[in-house]
Design a protein around this ligand. Structure first.
Ligand code: C5P
Length: 251
């Protein structure tokens, strides 16, 4: 995990980006023009998450544009297809410049391994995060798709299998971070959305943790969207979240 946070340190004028600020990933769930304007308010070298809506609307140029402006891009497209497709798609996204991408662990170990092979083939340093069970799924939803295991066991098993197959880590709820840190060990990336500064509007998130608590519990990075993108001063909101992580994790 230190490698990924450290990777941010190379960007120009990035101040503390190698430290707590390098653990904050801003979800740019906005139309293209607003996403670029918001990015420009944040410190260069910051991590930005591009989800499928922005990617499908703006196209690959959203990645090259953000990279050209000096940002790190987490491309959250949640790939899930036969290994042949995922291998080729990962190679394309790696060449495009994505620093981090997501694949569904439910696609199986061969599919996760294929994503790794695709990136290796083009020499891309892109890291892979596995999605385990979507947090929109509950026990009844899992049963409906034929999964017999209890939800926490399914999360744990998909995390373990994906990591063994070549993923660099997982994306999960902050409430799962501690358990998965124990399962995957100290080097794994553990990235958690569902994070809210103390006292903030939780919006449609139901189970939330503060940024500092998420990192203290085992997250290497937190994903934060609306508390930054809808703030009157996004740069100040970003810095307050970094400060919360710094304050909670001081030695
Ligand atoms: O605005 P907010 O901070 O809630 O945004 C969180 C981001 O993390 C969104 O891009 C959302 O799609 C994503 N996410 C999530 N919960 C998950 C997986 C991803 O909120 N389980």
């Amino acid at each position: 995990m230190s490698e990924m946070a450290g990777g941010v340190a190379g960007a120009a004028g990035d101040g503390d980006m190698a430290g707590a600020a390098g653990r904050v990933i801003v979800a740019l769930d906005l139309p293209e023009g607003e996403a670029l304007a918001l990015a420009d308010m944040l410190p260069r070298g910051a991590w930005l998450k591009v989800g499928m809506t922005l990617f499908y609307a703006a196209g690959p140029r959203i990645v090259t544009e953000l990279k050209a402006r000096g940002f790190h891009v987490f491309l959250d497209l949640k790939l899930h297809d036969i290994p042949h497709q995922v291998r080729a798609a990962s190679a394309v996204l790696g060449e495009l410049g994505a620093d981090l991408l997501t694949v569904h662990g439910a696609g199986g170990a061969d599919m996760v391994a294929a994503a790794r092979e695709g990136l290796t083939r083009v020499g891309a340093p892109t890291k892979i995060l596995a999605v385990t069970v979507l947090t929109s799924m509950d026990a009844a939803g899992l049963e409906q798709i034929g999964v017999g295991r209890a939800l926490p066991d399914q999360v744990r098993e998909l995390a373990r299998a994906s990591y063994a197959a070549g993923a660099d880590g997982v994306i999960c709820s902050p409430l799962e971070a501690g358990d998965l840190r124990g399962v995957l060990g100290p080097e794994a990336l553990i990235v958690t959305p569902g994070v809210r500064p103390a006292g903030a509007d939780i919006g449609d998130q139901s189970r939330v943790a503060t940024p500092g608590a998420a990192v203290k519990d085992g997250a290497s990075h937190v994903v934060v969207g609306r508390p930054i993108t809808q703030a009157a001063d996004p740069a100040a909101a970003f810095e307050a979240i970094a400060a919360d992580i710094r304050g909670n994790n001081a030695h």
